[in-house]
Design a protein around this ligand. Structure first.
Ligand SMILES: Nc1ncnc2c1ncn2[C@@H]1O[C@H](COP(=O)(O)OP(=O)(O)O)[C@@H](O)[C@H]1O
Ligand SMILES: [Mg+2]
Length: 262
């Protein structure tokens, strides 16, 4: 039965070990997490704690050494259409225009004609790039390229969106703009989102729950519920409720940074 409390993504006892040059690296050491349908989960934690590894395992791009990930109760074995991924470095096709980039995944799904055009238009508009529909990636700024990557991921309408520091390479202003767009989009069409960031503010403004990971070997240290109601805006960041959460989560993450430096 589908509903608000349905588990969409189930992460079960996931362990990931890499064979490095200087021996074995335990990147994830037993991660359990249930992500509910339509829930926006953000993950924060120090660099190297296994965030990207976890996302890649959910995406089916990497295998877990132990444990498993289930989407709708079905074990993930490979990438799938129901999971869309956005990386930090916008992976656009440089030889295709913005429109062609957004249409690409839709064509793979067999969409054509008016429907293809209208769907691409809708998502190009969502990220405010109507005037650049015929531009090539090299003509766009970093923020614009990342907008295209987001439009492309949304257009194919995946049930689950996996985003690995998608705004990490952008300047502060572009970043807040894209946050606002992402919040609005989620408010309009809720999706199950798994979003990695090292920015605590970004995590709180977007998420319904913030997952704090501990320093390597990565585990879930704590999960903080963000009960700030939607609609949220950049002004939400000035409220006491927000600032209290920010101080609390930042302190927890900082302890993990210190653990690495020891
Ligand atoms: N392909 C790999 N081979 C060996 N070690 C890796 C590989 N990928 C990641 N690691 C190690 O696993 C740990 C977690 O990496 P990663 O998931 O990228 O962390 P994060 O995204 O939190 O910064 C790090 O110590 C990293 O060096
Ligand atoms: Mg990473």
């Amino acid at each position: 039965m589908a509903g608000k409390d349905t588990v969409k993504v189930k992460i079960e006892k996931v362990v990931k070990k890499y064979q490095g040059r200087s021996g074995e690296v335990v990147a994830l050491n037993g991660v359990d997490l249930d992500i509910r349908e339509n829930e926006f989960v953000c993950v924060v934690g120090p660099s190297g704690c296994g965030k990207s590894t976890l996302l890649n395992i959910i995406a089916g791009l990497q295998d877990a050494t132990e444990g498993r990930v289930l989407v709708d109760g079905k074990e993930v074995e490979a990438p799938g259409r129901e999971r869309g991924v956005v990386f930090q470095q916008y992976a656009l096709f440089p030889w295709m225009t913005v429109r062609k980039n957004v249409e690409f995944g839709l064509k793979l799904q067999g969409m054509k004609g008016d429907e293809l055009r209208a769907t691409a238009d809708k998502y190009i508009k969502m990220v405010d790039l109507e005037q650049f529909a015929n531009a090539y990636p090299k003509e766009l700024s970093g923020g614009m390229k990342q907008r295209v990557a987001i439009a492309r991921a949304y257009a194919v309408n995946p049930q689950v969106l996996l985003m690995d520091e998608p705004f990490g390479a952008l300047d502060a202003q572009t970043r807040t703009q894209l946050q606002t767009e992402l919040i609005k989009t989620w408010e309009q069409e809720q999706k199950t989102c798994f979003f990695i960031t090292h920015d605590v503010e970004e995590a709180i403004i977007l998420a319904q729950r913030v997952v704090i990971m501990s320093a390597r070997p990565g585990r879930i240290k704590e999960i903080v519920e963000i009960n700030i109601p939607h609609p949220r805006t950049q002004e939400t960041k000035m409220t006491k409720e927000f600032l209290d959460l920010k101080n609390y989560i930042w302190a927890q993450v900082y302890k993990e940074y210190l653990a690495i430096r020891k």
